[in-house]
Design a protein around this ligand. Structure first.
Ligand code: NAD
Length: 264
């Protein structure tokens, strides 16, 4: 990917969830390089050296351990973010988990686990940040992480697909609710992106369908019209654009960043 023009997020303060690895860490890095102050949040048990290295390079970044399924923890995250860097202008609402099983085996526990993070967690992070933006009169931007999985079901991935369809729907409702406040709410729907999440997906396909390790990743990458699996950095251009003032007339949209997998 070509380097992005610099400083497009000067003056912004972004909160990013699920920021300890994968897409979240890449977008946090891009936001910092574009001049934003950043509050990175991820699970308390994550102690990532990559995040420590990023914080060492960027004094305008902080890390706040946060489980997005806990509404009190979300409130604490917002308070700590504001205390360090002032009102939040941007939310990159990225924390998510994946699991799969044949439909008849996809039990209540799996449903609850996935929906707790991908739907309930994402919604209440968004709601609390939006309330903060309204309170401060901030004309901010929210970017929710949907997925191509939210556009179409899959026989083995029912709950994850449904959770991402909910993210697309929440994005639309929140955009309409916040339009009068000049707060924009959009989503990104990635295709297949090579992150730790996809290592787990590959292992789950090996378990359920007997594919060799790495085989499912190879297959999905080869099936992308552009011919390869995306990297976390392939999401950064869209993530910076939707957070920037260049996207000032764009709201309620879900942008596919998928190498052509999905068309609309
Ligand atoms: N990788 C892909 O191909 C792909 C495709 C479409 C959508 N997505 C979505 O993009 C987002 C990022 O995915 P990724 O591939 O980087 O995954 P990842 O597993 O590499 O990163 C997800 C991060 O979320 C964090 N997280 C999980 N539960 C949390 C919780 N309760 N509270 C706070 N943080 C929590 C994890 O610790 C992890 O650091 C997810 O929402 C995912 O569903 C990914």
């Amino acid at each position: 990917m070509k380097p992005l023009p610099a400083q497009r997020l000067q003056g912004k303060h972004a909160v990013l969830t699920g920021a300890a690895g994968g897409i979240g860490l890449a977008v946090a890095t891009a936001y910092l390089e574009q001049g934003a102050r950043c509050t990175l949040a991820d699970l308390p048990e994550q102690a990532p050296p990559d995040v420590a290295e990023l914080l060492a390079r960027h004094p305008q970044a902080q890390y706040v351990a946060t489980d997005v399924t806990q509404t009190a923890a979300i409130a604490a995250l917002i308070a700590q973010a504001e205390q360090a860097f002032g009102p939040i202008t941007t939310l990159y609402n990225n924390a998510g988990i994946f699991d799969m099983a044949p439909l008849l085996d996809s039990d209540e526990a799996m449903f609850d686990r996935i929906f707790a993070v991908n739907v309930k967690g994402a919604f209440f992070v968004m709601q609390q940040v939006l309330a903060h933006m309204v309170q401060h009169g901030t004309q901010g931007a929210v970017i929710n992480m949907a997925s191509q999985a939210g556009r179409r079901g899959h026989p083995m991935v029912a709950h994850y697909c449904a959770s991402k369809a909910a993210v697309i729907s929440h994005t639309q409702s929140a955009a309409l609710a916040m339009a009068a406040h000049h707060i924009r709410v959009n989503a990104i729907a990635p295709g297949v992106i090579d992150t730790p999440m996809w290592d787990r997906i590959d292992a789950l396909f090996a378990q359920h369908q007997g594919t060799a390790p790495g085989e499912r990743k190879r297959q999905v990458g080869a099936a992308v019209p552009l011919g390869y699996m995306g990297t976390p950095e392939d999401i950064c251009g869209a993530a910076v654009f939707l957070a920037s003032d260049e996207a000032s007339y764009i709201t309620a949209q879900t942008l596919n960043v998928c190498g052509g997998n999905v068309m609309n």
